[in-house]
Design a protein around this ligand. Structure first.
Ligand SMILES: Cc1ncc(C[n+]2csc(CCOP(=O)(O)OP(=O)(O)O)c2C)c(N)n1
Ligand SMILES: [Mg+2]
Length: 328
């Protein structure tokens, strides 16, 4: 191992980040298989390929910082510290899941972790996070809010109005655009006039950064900058992460809109986990064997989560009328 660590995180922190990214990948790849077997009810949108963005950003946050997620929310949840067993139970529609099996993939939330919810409505997280950030500002606790939105969702009026509101109120908010090049099967360039989201943010008086979202270290550094700005009272920022999704828009998507060879190319050349591995092993800060150990333990974690989900009971008819209202 090298005597010096050239990275902005300690060895232990790097191992934790790798473990979290690997847990997301394993979780998603397992759902891909189980969904195709017909084991999982409802709709599932997978985050595999996009892990470096969630983990690079969330490494700067604590439980008091709040995030509003998207329909593609599993990676955000895991990176924010939501328990994978209760997530798996939820996705399997079982009791003991985060929503007692009644919400499924697109309604996972855990307020104790600052995870305000995945969301099936594009752009709906943006006004929600402005509210959370306004509350944080009043509480003076130095906490912030992050709204995730895809390239498609970022064209929603709610998203644009929220950027204006956050700027007017100088809120501690970060708008993260996860630009994976597609909204369902529609390419980003077909549906969005501007090339630069940073230019668009400037129209609202908000500074922005564009970053390679498949490079954990690039995301970590850029996220550090915008998180610092929010905590120091500097107001909202925008962070565009250019990234790639490994699976279809939803499970079952035939992906006929992809160019020939596109999937093979992204998996071979733009895998954020492979890039992370190459960085840390070539710098001799972490060995390949250590990473393989983590892979093994993550596999066991996900196997166990699936086994627990399958063994858990389904909600009963009587459960239909519980959890309708929140008790304060
Ligand atoms: C308000 C609203 N309009 C349309 C949809 C249908 N819809 C679900 S996902 C999606 C595409 C989202 O693309 P993007 O925001 O880029 O996220 P990605 O799926 O690429 O992560 C659409 C149009 C929706 N859920 N909500
Ligand atoms: Mg997209």
């Amino acid at each position: 191992m090298a005597d010096t660590n050239p990275f902005p995180l300690s060895r232990d922190a790097l191992l934790t980040c790798y473990r979290t990214m690997r847990a997301i990948r394993e979780f998603e790849d397992r759902l891909h298989v189980d969904f195709s077997r017909g084991d999982i009810p409802g709709f599932v949108h997978l985050y595999a390929g996009e892990e470096a963005t969630a983990v690079g950003i969330m490494s700067h946050l604590g439980d008091g910082d709040r995030i509003a997620s998207t329909h593609r929310g599993h990676g955000h949840c895991i990176a924010k510290g939501v328990d994978v067993v209760s997530m798996m139970k939820e996705i399997y529609g079982r009791k003991g899941g985060c929503g007692n099996g009644k919400g499924g993939s697109m309604h996972i939330a855990d307020l104790s972790k600052g995870m305000m919810g995945a969301n099936g409505i594009l752009g709906a997280g943006a006004p929600l996070i402005c509210g959370a950030a306004l509350a944080a500002k009043y509480r003076k606790k130095n906490e912030l809010g992050i709204c995730f939105a895809g390239d498609g969702a970022s064209n929603q009026g709610t998203f644009l109005e929220s950027m204006n509101l956050a700027a007017v109120w100088n809120l501690p908010v970060i708008f993260v655009i996860e630009n994976n090049g597609y909204a369902e099967s529609t390419s980003r360039d077909y549906a969005t006039a501007v090339n630069s989201y940073v230019d668009r943010a400037a129209g609202f008086g908000i500074p922005g950064i564009t970053v390679d979202g498949t490079d954990f270290f690039a995301v970590y550094e850029a996220a550090g900058e915008v998180v610092k700005r929010a905590r120091e009272g500097g107001g909202p920022s925008l962070l565009e992460c250019k990234m790639i999704r490994f699976h279809g828009h939803f499970e079952g998507d035939a992906q006929t809109y992809r160019a020939p060879g596109e999937l093979e190319d992204i998996r071979a050349n733009h895998d954020c986990l492979m890039k992370f591995n190459a960085h840390v092993t070539s710098a001799k800060v972490i060995s390949a064997a250590e990473l393989q150990e983590i892979d093994k333990s993550v596999l066991a974690l996900i196997e166990d989560a699936v086994a627990q989900a399958k063994a858990a009971p389904l909600p009963t008819l009587a459960d239909l009328t519980t959890d309708v209202y929140v008790s304060y």
